[in-house]
Design a protein around this ligand. Structure first.
Ligand code: BGC
Length: 557
């Protein structure tokens, strides 16, 4: 019998809005925790390059310059990679990740979330091989782009996958686990680079690069055994597979009420969305991401714009100024003897503050913590800026003032790590309806990488002291602080509260409420009820094209 004995099951939904999900099991936590591991790629890959570019062996190999004599100040000063090469090798990763996230958003609807992540690991491995083998700029850049593609795949689709399988009560916390892994990735990269930086052989840069193979092997192997997202199967019209996958992630038998109710709700919501925006051609389905009126809170274009802005605003908080240019900035403050150590401390603060969000994101909700976090960063950055232009100026040589600046930079990192860091990812995984979800998440993630790249490219000019540079020094914190005001306003006016709702309920809430009133919205009906799936069911083995007609007819009755 097709479906190994499950064929006769007919799925019916519930009218009870509180019964849409099974109790949370340890298994559900473990599956999500494993998927969060994808964050390590993100963090590690963005973390190792800066350190490698400053390694003496690497500089000698790439430039052909001899090691300078410590007493020859001019030679020491000239011993570095040309700025254009530094900029190219750093920013070319973003090109790959930008494209990777968009392509993956597309692919995940065709080959599945899990397979797309595994493909991302494969691509990443090829890029790593090229990077490890490289002894010159050409191959290194080729490797960077290919690795970037892989990271783009993984960074977008892990969010999608986690949001789709996580139980609603802990979805925010679980996705915050991904951010935690990003921070661990950055820390690990710093530690490995720190350990190999003075080696006088190719191991100095090859070891930090090659360590990444491990991440690819672990994630790909794990995903082979994890279930696919049930929502992907519903989108494909494969209800039997959807029921099996849901039963695995929820740890309940296929014919249990929990699985039936939740699956019916996913099916009914998908059908509802298809009625609103029918899937047409391939290009038409891309165009769907931008359909509707920007002034309507639940239109697709509005959701896509919120996703794009969400990630843009996260980058414009200026957090990567600290992580990418921290060492240079701390050195410029004059009184610090070991800027690397300070960089390591800021990375550690980032790691240690992120777990706070596991609790706050579910306790206070997404909106609240984005607004609190944004306001906190405004205050911290302005304080850093004010100290920086007064008592903290390098010419004053005031240790206490510089220490205070570093302390406030660390508070700023804590605010980011507990709020905007994780929440930007949580929100983009939740606001899109199933028909455009994977592309929406892909586009939003590519916005993260786009702005990440812009910041990497422009910051050296903002704080540079050369001819034509803005030479902002600590004043740059006024810029980030002002941008954080914008981020906070964005959260207040445009980000809806999604805490505790199923993805289908989020869809309903966005239809019936506005961002500012969303926190008070309560689920009052189910899609299953609306689409007539509560009195008559849909058979699990129904062919894909029949599901639609059956449900639409029922809804019309
Ligand atoms: C951001 C990265 C940043 C990291 C720091 C992520 O959420 O997207 O750009 O480097 O957090 O922890």
């Amino acid at each position: 019998m097709p479906g190994g004995g499950v064929a006769p099951i007919v799925i019916t939904g519930t009218t009870d809005t509180s019964r849409l999900e099974a109790p949370i099991t340890i298994r559900a936590y473990l599956i999500c925790a494993f998927a969060a591991f994808g964050g390590i790629f993100f963090g590690y890959d963005t973390g190792w390059m800066g350190g490698v570019l400053a390694m003496p062996y690497f500089i000698r190999l790439y430039t052909g310059l001899p090691y300078p004599d410590a007493s020859d100040k001019a030679a020491v000063k000239a011993f570095h990679l040309p700025a254009s090469d530094q900029s190219l090798t750093s920013s070319i990763l973003s090109l790959g990740t930008f494209l990777g996230a968009i392509i993956a958003g597309d692919l995940a609807d065709f080959i599945g979330r899990r397979t797309t992540i595994i493909a991302g690991c494969g691509i990443f491995t090829i890029g790593c091989i090229l990077e490890t083998a490289s002894t010159g700029l050409g191959l290194m850049c080729a490797g960077r782009v290919i690795c970037g593609l892989g990271v783009g795949f993984i960074s977008a689709i892990v969010i999608l996958y986690m949001s789709e399988i996580a139980p609603k009560a802990v979805r925010g916390a679980v996705v915050a686990g991904y951010q935690f892994c990003i921070t661990i990735g950055i820390l690990l990269a710093n530690c490995v680079v720190y350990a190999t930086q003075n080696r006088n052989d190719t191991g100095s840069y090859r070891i930090p690069i090659a360590v990444q193979f491990l991440w690819a092997i672990i994630l790909a192997t794990g995903l082979f055994v994890l279930p696919e997202s049930p929502r992907y199967f519903v989108k494909k019209g494969k209800l039997e597979s959807a029921a099996k996958a849901l039963s695995r992630v929820r740890g309940q038998p296929i014919d249990s009420d929990y699985i039936q109710d939740e699956l019916a709700e996913i099916i009914a919501n998908h059908e509802y969305e298809l009625q609103v925006i029918p899937q047409t051609t391939y290009l038409g389905s891309w165009a769907n991401c931008f359909s509707g009126s920007i002034f309507k809170g639940n239109s697709n274009v509005r959701r896509t714009v919120v996703g794009i802005l969400m990630q843009m605003m996260q980058q414009l908080t200026g957090i990567n100024f600290i992580f990418y240019f921290g060492t240079v900035f701390f050195t410029s403050l004059g009184t610090i003897s070991n800027p690397f150590l300070i960089t390591l401390i800021t990375t550690l603060v980032n790691v240690c503050s992120t777990p706070v969000s596991f609790w706050t994101v579910e306790r206070f909700g997404r909106r609240k913590i984005l607004i609190i976090g944004g306001s906190g960063m405004v205050i911290m950055q302005f304080i850093v800026g004010i100290i920086g232009v007064t008592a903290g100026r390098a010419s004053v040589n005031n240790h206490a003032a510089v220490s205070a600046m570093i302390a406030f930079i660390c508070f700023n990192i804590s605010f980011f790590a507990a709020t905007w860091g994780p929440c930007a990812w949580v929100v983009i995984g939740e606001i899109f309806p199933l028909p455009i979800r994977s592309r929406g998440v892909g586009i939003s993630t590519s916005s993260n990488w786009f702005w990440n790249c812009i910041i990497t490219v422009i910051t050296p000019y903002l704080v540079g002291t050369g001819k034509g540079d803005a030479n902002l020094g600590a004043k740059v914190f006024f810029l980030w602080g002002s941008l954080c005001c914008l981020s906070t306003a964005f959260a207040y006016f445009l980000v809806p509260e999604t805490k505790g709702l199923s993805l289908e309920q989020v869809d309903k809430m966005m239809e019936e409420s506005t961002a500012r009133h969303s926190a008070a919205w309560k689920p009052h009906s189910t899609f299953a009820e609306e689409m007539g799936l509560t009195h008559k069911g849909v058979a699990l083995d129904a062919p894909a094209d029949e599901i639609h007609t059956t449900i639409v007819e029922k809804a019309d009755v």
